[in-house]
Design a protein around this ligand. Structure first.
Ligand SMILES: [Zn+2]
Length: 56
């Protein structure tokens, strides 16, 4: 399997709008949102790219 540069997505907490770095997944080579927001404890994340589109 080829080595690809690790690129972690960023996720925005919908509740408090804080940006979190995604955690890497060994299975897909991608990233996923954190289990919960470190600030508010919720788990409602939107990918940063999606978030940007939303407020275009
Ligand atoms: Zn939050």
């Amino acid at each position: 399997m080829a080595h690809v540069p690790e690129q972690l997505d960023q996720y925005v907490c919908e509740n408090c709008k804080i940006v979190h770095a995604g955690t890497s997944t060994a299975t897909s080579g991608g990233s996923e949102p954190p289990d919960s927001c470190g600030a508010c404890g919720k788990d409602v994340f939107v990918q940063a790219s999606e978030w940007a589109n939303r407020y275009e």
